[in-house]
Design a binder for this molecule. Structure first.
Ligand code: BV8
Length: 230
């Protein structure tokens, strides 16, 4: 049984990581277009770097919740038959026991050099514009996909969606593309589709089944169901 899971900010909410659209549209006091676009970075690099420095630092104070751990358990059993794609840039899936997580919007704990394109694991700050360990040029930016930029590993993700028997979307508002379109591709290719979310998302109608509730409760229960059927 091939399963593809897509997660969004809602799966990390119970760990204390703020979501994007639950806090009256502001994101840690910023409008998305002021901090998550290449134009914003070019216009105010320090402000954007500080926004990500704060989120990177906050990771040290949060823990995976039962939803992350349940998906880790599912991956232990299914191995490569589970594809885990996340829109989140935190490392809670990895710390919850998942392997080979596809971060389609990048990762907070990685820095991307605009001069040489190298990626470097990064746990500290970038707003002091350190030199790239690879080329020595101080052009390191957060290794995240901003609006208008191309999400990572799209070919791999689309191949997984076309082969999936089941597509499950967890904790995402269905507001951002191309992630919000995955359910359509999976369904068109014959997969059953399930949404697990606190409230019905913008795309709820496109799923065969939608369950509402906190991920910390819904995801472990769903994983138990799947494991019982194997
Ligand atoms: C691209 C990374 C081309 C950085 C992010 C007009 C129409 C349609 C599309 C567009 C358009 N104009 C422009 C576009 C494209 C644009 C887009 O979709 N814009 C939207 C706003 C209209 N997309 C892009 O630019 C993307 N690139 O399209 O390139 C392309 C396409 C295909 C192939 C090749 C090339 C790039 C988008 C990536 C932007 N980067 N983040 C960072 O994180 O700082 S997006 C950001 O918001 C997050 O990464 C996340 O992915 C995204 C969506 O947020 P969610 O994760 O869903 O979180 P949200 O707060 O919205 O919702 C939380 C949900 O959880 C809620 O439903 C809530 O009810 C639920 N919840 C809360 N608590 C719980 C819970 N559920 C369960 N349990 C709980 N406890």
């Amino acid at each position: 049984m091939k399963i593809v899971v897509l997660t969004g900010a809602g799966i990390s909410a119970e760990s204390g990581v703020p979501t994007f659209r639950d806090a009256d549209g502001l994101w840690e006091g910023h409008r998305v277009e002021d901090v998550a676009t290449p134009e914003a970075y070019d216009a105010k690099p320090s402000m954007v770097q500080k926004f990500y420095d704060a989120r990177r630092a906050a990771l040290a104070g949060v823990e995976p919740n039962p939803a992350h751990v349940a998906l880790g358990r599912l991956g232990e059993v299914l191995g490569s038959d589970l594809g885990l794609v996340t829109q989140n840039i935190d490392d809670l899936h990895e710390r919850g026991g998942s392997h080979d997580v596809i971060h389609m919007h990048g990762e907070l704990l990685s820095a991307l050099c605009r001069a040489c394109d190298r990626r470097t694991p990064w746990h500290g700050e970038l707003s002091d514009f350190p030199s790239c360990p690879g080329c020595g040029i101080p052009e390191l930016r957060p290794d995240v996909v901003w609006f208008g930029e191309v999400p990572y590993q799209m070919d791999r993700i689309q191949g997984m969606l076309m082969r999936a028997d089941l597509f499950v979307s967890i904790g995402t508002s269905g507001a951002v593309y191309p992630a919000a379109g995955f359910v359509q591709l999976a369904r068109a290719c014959g997969a059953r589709t399930l949404e697990l979310n606190l409230v019905p998302s913008e795309g709820s109608e496109q799923f065969h089944e939608a369950r509402q509730g906190p991920a910390g409760e819904l995801v472990p229960a769903w994983v138990d169901e799947v494991l019982a059927e194997l």
